[in-house]
Design a protein around this ligand. Structure first.
Ligand SMILES: C[S@@+](CC[C@H](N)C(=O)[O-])C[C@H]1O[C@@H](n2cnc3c(N)ncnc32)[C@H](O)[C@@H]1O
Length: 470
């Protein structure tokens, strides 16, 4: 974890700016859980948010409490759990805002110890974009399992775990193999520079013989370090790894836009970021500012508010790709260049993170099984309703990926609301809930995952364990 604290991810700007968007999406499942609890009882509800970052979820929850009186009935306590040494001004402001409707408390510690920190339990535990950090900066899957166990042992029976993260892939496993061909110089250069770092430095799950990564140029197999930046590149690999390449390309673009290295800065938050021409197709006009006057960009764009310019998003993306080629070339060849420094900075911050650690099948399956094991078979965390599992596409990114790659993997977010089902409760209501959960699970899980869940689910229906528990 020390490495994480030293990295640029803990700095104020990162927390406050880079991750402070999409608040209502981050809050949606917490609010759905709260709504269901309010319909069941009128006791105080305790919500814990793990890794609140810049507080965008709590801000959105406060806005919703403003408008929905019934969500406030009975009282609310909101706790925040953050890694030691990480605190954000914006979280502080959001905490004051929700303070109108709830008591709050701030705790420092690791998600893996949630149950030791919150000995009095909780009704809802929420987290967004935290598990991939637990995985990357902790001890891989072991830390994820510990975190799921700690969350389970904190949640009261009937409570909820609301989780949101980067969408993985539409496959049952990220180890399924596929092939991507990159015929754009920016993508070839990026894959070469990124993968030669990532495969050596990152905590990633692609170490098995079946996960081997095959690079080919001109039909010849080559080593990652021998990739020629100006020839088409084919990569045959686990689909999850190719998803990582795509995802990291987008985070690099974002990073060099924001820090000014490319000399053009799109407006990524607020009104200027949502000037849609066709929202379903992800087509928008980009509002941007420029460090140096570029006559071509000036000719292709029009004047916008506050010194900004407005341009078709497709043209802006193509321009960025051209600028990225130069950036990546300098980063690879000239250690004295600004690009080299910016690349190293990004590598340190993002380049060893594994985002797409689990498909929905694997994630739902692991949460179910780990919760059953960690609670000594007393609870199982399951999504119950169809709406408890959601995939929200990133339409602007997907448009860019479709226009740039021959077989892109869709980008988006995955959201799951798990209920802590009490496996000792043999009531017909609980059985009905399990039936409903089975329908939802059937949509997202493989036969193998469902077979694994057979024992815990069977427990709710078993007369033998009813007798034993009486
Ligand atoms: C990518 S940020 C997401 C922030 C916020 N939830 C959001 O969606 O905007 C990850 C957050 O998780 C926190 N975090 C990472 N690993 C953690 C751990 N093991 N225990 C508790 N918090 C952790 C980080 O400090 C940071 O606030």
């Amino acid at each position: 974890m020390g490495e994480f604290l030293l990295s640029g991810k803990s700095n104020q700007t990162y927390l406050d700016t880079a991750i402070n968007g999409n608040g209502s999406e981050k809050a949606a499942l917490t609010l759905a859980g709260l709504d269901r609890l309010r319909k069941q009882h009128s006791d105080e509800v305790h919500i814990i948010e793990i890794g609140p970052g810049g507080g965008s979820a709590v801000n959105a929850i406060a806005n919703s409490l403003d408008k929905n009186e019934h969500l406030r009935d009975g009282g609310l306590h909101v706790s925040f759990l953050e890694l030691d040494g990480i605190e954000s001004n914006k979280l502080h402001i959001a905490r004051q805002k929700i303070g109108q409707y709830a008591t709050t408390s701030f705790h420092q510690g690791n998600a893996e110890q949630t149950n030791e920190i919150f000995k009095d339990g909780a009704d809802i535990i929420a987290a967004s974009a935290v598990m991939h950090e637990v995985y990357s900066y902790g001890d891989g899957y072991h830390s994820i399992d510990n975190t799921i166990g700690a969350i389970t042992n904190t949640l009261n029976p009937g409570g909820f775990f609301a989780y949101r993260d980067v969408f993985s892939v539409h496959r049952l496993s990220q180890h399924e193999r596929t092939r991507h061909v990159y015929d754009r110089e920016s993508w070839v250069r990026f894959s070469q520079l990124f993968l030669s770092h990532y495969l050596k430095e990152a905590t990633h799950p692609y170490h098995r013989q079946e996960d081997r990564i095959i690079f080919e140029q001109d039909s010849k197999r080559i080593d990652v370090d021998k990739i020629d930046a100006v020839r088409n590149l084919s990569i045959d690999a686990p689909v999850g790894l190719l998803r990582e390449v795509q995802r990291h390309y987008i985070t690099l673009r974002d990073h060099v836009w924001r820090d000014g290295t490319l000399g053009v800065k799109p407006i990524l938050e607020g009104d200027g970021s949502n000037d849609w021409l066709d929202v379903r197709r992800g087509h928008k006009r980009v509002h941007f500012t420029q460090a140096n006057h570029d006559p071509l960009l000036a000719a292709l764009s029009e004047t916008g508010p506050d010194e900004s310019r407005i341009i078709d998003g497709d043209i802006f993306d193509a321009t960025t790709d051209e600028l990225l080629i130069k950036f990546l070339k300098d980063a690879a060849e000239d250690e004295t260049s600004e690009s080299y420094v910016a690349w190293q900075d990004w590598l340190k911050r993002e380049g060893a993170e594994t985002y797409t650690y689990m498909t929905l099948n694997k994630f739902i399956g692991s949460v179910a099984m780990q919760s059953f094991i960690a609670s000594d078979a007393k609870k199982i965390l399951l999504p119950i309703q169809q709406s408890d599992v959601q995939v929200i596409p990133r339409v602007y990114y997907n448009r860019f990926l479709e226009r740039t790659l021959s077989n892109p993997l869709p980008d988006g977010k995955q959201l799951v609301l798990f209920e802590a089902v009490d496996t000792d409760d043999k009531s017909s209501k609980n059985k009905e809930k399990i039936f409903q959960a089975l329908e939802t699970l059937d949509e997202h899980c493989s036969r193998e995952t469902l077979a694994e869940m057979y024992t815990p689910i069977r427990k709710v229906f078993s007369n033998l364990s009813t007798n034993q528990s009486q």
